[in-house]
Ligand binder design. Structure first.
Ligand SMILES: Cc1cc2nc3c(=O)[nH]c(=O)nc-3n(C[C@H](O)[C@H](O)[C@H](O)COP(=O)(O)OP(=O)(O)OC[C@H]3O[C@@H](n4cnc5c(N)ncnc54)[C@H](O)[C@@H]3O)c2cc1C
Length: 247
């Protein structure tokens, strides 16, 4: 169980929420794109305290939470704080709406983090592809890539106001794609599938809407013959569907 400590609108459609709890000082950090599952229970469900993973499991026959996945953007163990960045895509949507209304003191339940991605010591280059939901992960990955590693990043956002300052020691070329009125992911798909990876062995990381990710995977794996194991392509959301199938 954590509490919201701060809420900041880092761009017009991205809220940075800082969570705090004593236990976060000891949170095992898993690096780069590590993510957690936020648990949303129906209002009125009585939660046992302290609310542990075991307690959540024991509660399953009575109350099933709805799960949503979010990336740890920053972890400050010394302060017992974690930041997550939420795309505000709709006030009536579960996680996005919660983030839009979140205020200091609100309770938040999440478990994790999952293991983070690493390009591996033999990577000669990396390609990072994503939409705004992947921006927290791409930001965290860039901060942790080895100095000098050649990196090409394509990031699709609605417009220039959603760009963020990203820092890295890698030799990164970051290209911002502004979708404007195009459907989400169309531009990312076009530009990703026009990419020809540099020579040598590298790694391709990507995350966006499910069908966009499928198209990108087809391009690299079936089209260019990139080894599937050299790609890490994850659907982060699905057009017209919620993430409710999990639990
Ligand atoms: C491993 C992982 C890490 C993730 N990390 C982050 C993160 O750090 N920050 C972040 O903002 N998101 C992140 N996401 C994506 C986020 O979990 C989804 O966008 C999720 O669907 C949001 O939940 P919701 O309750 O707001 O909407 P849902 O109830 O899941 O969906 C409701 C409707 O909204 C649509 N929708 C969902 N997301 C978007 C979107 N971004 N833009 C437009 N329409 C959308 C759906 O198609 C559906 O029609 C991550 C996903 C995964 C799998």
């Amino acid at each position: 169980m954590t509490r919201v400590r701060r809420v900041e609108r880092i761009t017009p459609r991205m809220a940075r929420i800082t969570f705090a709890a004593g236990g976060l000082a000891g949170l095992r950090s898993n690096g780069t794109d590590q993510h957690v599952a936020l648990y949303f229970y129906e209002p009125g469900v009585e939660l046992p305290r302290p609310f542990t993973a075991e307690a959540a499991r024991a509660l399953l026959p009575v109350a099933r939470p709805r799960l949503r996945r979010y990336t740890i953007r920053h972890h400050r163990p010394g302060l017992g704080e974690v930041d997550m960045d939420f795309v505000l895509h709709g006030a009536d949507q579960l996680a996005s709406g919660w983030a839009e209304r979140a205020a200091p003191g609100d309770e938040a339940i999440w478990f994790g983090p999952s293991p983070g991605w690493t390009p591996g010591p033999d990577a000669e280059w990396a390609v990072l592809l994503g939409d705004e939901t992947a921006l927290p992960a791409i930001g965290a990955i860039l901060e942790q890539l080895p100095p000098g590693l050649p990196v090409s990043a394509l990031i699709e956002v609605p417009d220039p106001s959603e760009e963020q300052q990203l820092t890295t020691w890698a030799d990164a070329r970051i290209t911002w794609l502004h979708r404007g009125r195009r459907p989400a992911g169309q531009l990312l798909h076009e530009r990703s599938t026009a990419l020809r990876p540099p020579p040598g062995r590298g790694r391709i990381w990507g995350a966006a809407e499910r069908d966009v990710v499928r198209g990108i995977r087809r391009h690299f794996v079936e089209g260019l013959g990139t080894a599937r194991s050299d790609t890490h392509l994850t659907p982060y959301w699905t057009r017209g569907e919620t993430q409710d199938s999990e639990v």
